[in-house]
Ligand binder design. Structure first.
Ligand code: AMP
Length: 274
């Protein structure tokens, strides 16, 4: 991969990278299409990264289907699928990790210790291997995107980070490989996330700015679902991820819940469409 990347760069090509864990869906495809538009050589990595899963999380169960992924990628115009095996990325003796500090402390960072350390480490390794000029990430994983932007700036990585809108099912559920875990009943329950976000956004648009009140709008919907265990419902400034008491157009509302064994996240920025 590094050899192909070096040749492409020598030939003056722009390399676009879409890092994924596979089990590709329309959310991934939208990143690929934008990468296709902006790059000459479009690389999609498919790697279920063991270091970003905690003990007791779903690393072993995470859905995998490389044959199907190859079709989705081909349809989106991908040139190269880079699908390394774990020992290629973490050979024995591996001991180097990268930490983004404050941005990874709250939200998913608090619930999943070590998760973002795994993410930023593998993304750095992918940047070093694929040598892209641009890399595309979804706002679905808002905190991940923030941490990667910070890391890229802090470490002078010559990679433009492109953040892409959340792609949703027709009924509002944010697309996710983990949706495959949901039973029919859980799938219906999961709609409370997008409905909760919408309720808060409508209240904000109607003039409510007190976070305590906006939070009640979300809780009236999500808290009413007995099958949902809430991990967090938080309002934070979208760049710093510092908690706010009064909402503004740049306020991120981020949710994480568990439905059965499935952990789902969703978010919106109150003043934005997506
Ligand atoms: P994953 O395979 O879940 O690690 O996701 C790979 C990339 O696709 C990440 O940058 C995600 O944020 C992005 N992504 C996943 N789901 C969606 C979605 N529904 N809309 C937009 N981007 C997404």
């Amino acid at each position: 991969m590094q050899g192909i990347a070096a040749s492409a760069r020598k030939a003056g090509q722009v390399i676009a990278l879409v890092p994924t864990m596979g089990y590709l869906h329309a959310g991934h495809a939208s990143l690929m299409r934008e990468g296709r538009r902006r790059g000459d050589l479009l690389v999609v990595s498919i790697f279920v990264n063991p270091t970003q899963f905690g003990v007791g999380e779903d690393f072993a169960a995470y859905p995998r289907d490389l044959q199907r992924d190859m079709q989705v990628a081909a349809e989106a115009g991908v040139d190269i699928i880079f699908a390394p095996k774990a020992p290629d990325i973490y050979p024995s003796g591996y001991q180097t990790y990268l930490d983004v500090e404050q941005l990874t402390l709250p939200l998913c960072g608090a619930k999943r210790p070590g998760h973002f350390r795994g993410v930023t480490t593998v993304v750095t390794k992918l940047f070093n291997i694929v040598m892209p000029q641009l890399a595309l990430f979804g706002k679905k994983d808002f905190q991940q995107l923030a941490a990667i932007r910070r890391m890229t700036a802090d470490l002078n990585m010559p990679v433009e980070i492109v953040g892409m809108p959340i792609v949703r099912e027709a009924d509002g559920l944010a697309m996710s490989s983990r949706n495959a875990y949901l039973t029919t009943a859980e799938r219906a329950t999961a709609l409370c996330l997008s409905r909760g976000l919408r309720a808060a956004r409508l209240a904000y648009q109607a003039g409510e700015t007190k976070v305590t009140a906006l939070r009640e709008n979300v809780m009236a919907i999500i808290g009413a679902e007995k099958a949902v265990a809430i991990e967090y419902v938080e309002f934070r400034q979208q760049h710093s991820l510092v908690e706010v008491a009064h909402a503004a157009s740049d306020t991120l509302l981020a949710l994480a819940v568990k439905i059965g064994n499935t952990r789902l996240i969703d978010n919106c920025v109150l003043g934005e469409e997506n």
